[in-house]
Design a binder for this molecule. Sequence first.
Ligand code: OSB
Ligand code: MG
Length: 371
Amino acid sequence: MIERVTLRLVEMELLFPFETSFGVEKRRRFVVVEVFEDGISGWGEAPVSLHPLYSYETAGTVWSVLKESIIPFVFKEKIEDPYRFHEKVNRFRGHRMAKASFELSLFDLYAKKKKEPLWRIYGGEKKEIEVGVSLGIEKDINKLFERISYFLERNYKRIKLKIKPGWDLQVIEKVRERFPNIPLSVDANQAYRENDIEHIKLLDNFNLLMIEQPFPASEIELHKRLQEEINTPICLDESVCCYKDMERAWRMRAMRILNVKPSRVGGACEVLKLHEFAKREGIPLWCGGMLESGIGRAHNLHIATLSSFVLPNDISENSRYYEEDITYPLFEITKRGTLPLPDGEGIGVNVDLSFLESITLRKEYLHSSLT
Ligand code: OSB
Ligand code: MG
């Protein structure tokens, strides 16, 4: 039985500001979950942003839903098995990042108790993961060229550029002139509207691997209309929060590729369902990222070992975003543009408790005996 849960509100400074169509992020404030049983800790992370822009979840909502609802429920029902957690926690609506952070910490614990690396628990089939990099909006195009060159030299296998109205066609055109053959994709984070369709269609001329989430999350029909008129595959991110969302979008032909984030869909059990469907239907998947600390990064790496994750993943070296990180050893990219799976038990990386303490703004212990 889970004896104790520790919630930590953690703040980490980004090495570089990260700008998307939502705005600029300079630091992250997110929640780290530690579940504790029999002297073993399981770790999870809710990679929320300061404000409800990517989704409605923030550190505040994650904290309160975990503390007021999920954790008391887990203690009351004596849940320690991540599969059972996934089934039971369904009674609470939404709040998938909060659920995912807890479920993934249970998975880490579960794998550690079995003395197995997490990827083996999931049935993964890879020893290293191909990675790409996601580059934010820059002040000028030369700065962007510099960033692209830097990450190509580090062997990242795909460059994804954030776009928004005013930072799109002209930028992509210049990038294509300068780098005619690199694997390139774009991500709009919902920035366009129905009357932008004609404009967005012109992105079809740049041999992009995909166009990620051009329209608002609920606009499946709009994505379908765009996909009918362009050859470049549309990839959904924010629109798909569960298996049902994926099935609907796929059957409607609103997407040809899916970005899977365990934290967006509520954890690894839901990812396993997406994976089974993707395998049956031949849908190419890849694992997205949310500027995670080393904890979430390790979880994402294990998830990406599943065989339907066939495209380069947004899982970068820790040093892409942070000067120092909560976990060690740090992930380092190989010449092949991959991150090797850590072979330790559970997530396979260690938590640097003293560093974690030094960046913790708020901490709370929840004990099973007190509920
Ligand atoms: O849309 O994929 C996204 C970061 C924060 C919020 C949303 C997204 C992103 C990224 C970064 O693209 C990917 C990464 O963690 O490297
Ligand atoms: Mg995205």
